[in-house]
Design a binder for this molecule. Sequence first.
Ligand SMILES: N[C@@H](CCC(=O)N[C@@H](CS)C(=O)NCC(=O)O)C(=O)O
Length: 311
Amino acid sequence: MKQTQDKNSKNLTGKQSYRVFETAEPWILYHNDFSLCSRKVRICLAELKVNYKPIHINIIETGSAENLTKEFKFINPNVTVPVLLHNGYPIYESHEQIKYLQEFMKNESNLNDEISYWVKRGSLIGEPINDLEKYAGNCVSLLTPPLFICMLKDISIFKFFSYYIRHPVKFRAFNFIIFKIFGFNAYKDKTPLYKITKKVISHLNNHMREFNSQILNKEWISNNQFSVADITWAVLLHRLEELQILEKFTKSYPAIEQYYIRVKKRYSFKEGVLAFKNTSVDKGVKNLQKSISAVSYLRKHYIDIEDSIKN
Ligand SMILES: N[C@@H](CCC(=O)N[C@@H](CS)C(=O)NCC(=O)O)C(=O)O
């Protein structure tokens, strides 16, 4: 074992100079079915027709925190998925993995400023609460808690205490405990989450309006060629669909509706997203659908979302 890296995990990004283990597999992806970053990398691998061995790692949202085991901490001390291994060498951070794959497969020729702009605009950058006007990814991340709440519903509260103790990023673990304890009560009138969502929707609406103009009369975001910008937006739209919010936007933005129909037909989206069905995710999405009609203040919250999009 040649793992001599600085175990101060904070700066683990890009390809490392050590192997995590000897392997004959050229490409291994540690991923999670639900994780947006994993979905992006899986689409990229499918686009580039890279054969890889997927290893699924559960995170708390999908039922248990396999990412906090000793074995996985050895693969990634930062405990996040995805992690891509090339001949056993780890590459950390999804954008670095995509960049590495594109360079390796000599697929960077179509990169241009327009693609970079839309990749950045669709990404989650820094703390989600900041720069909502700049990044649609930050907005979508702040809209995800109702789905988290549904997915965490059947997990025993005791698992969360051990999750908190073992998680290196306490703030992250604490958020999940809050969602578990408060459930949809976090969305009652005038709660902080309720207020944040109003702000988020107004920013996301601007992103979606401009995205709609960008793809008007076009097949894909730039030069009518499917690119990493399309990967970024495809997973965002898919997450909005899981959150039961996409439809509220597509009513106002028909180019997005048409674009998303094309995305769903794209082989890489089928292989990288739709093929990775997960019972916890499906259950969570169904549960959310039911809860929106059954829980009055959640229903009101969704009606408010729809109203702010229309205005
Ligand atoms: N910046 C990282 C973010 C990775 C990340 O936050 N992954 C989430 C899933 S989307 C995760 O592993 N969460 C597990 C946890 O924090 O316990 C990347 O782009 O790869």
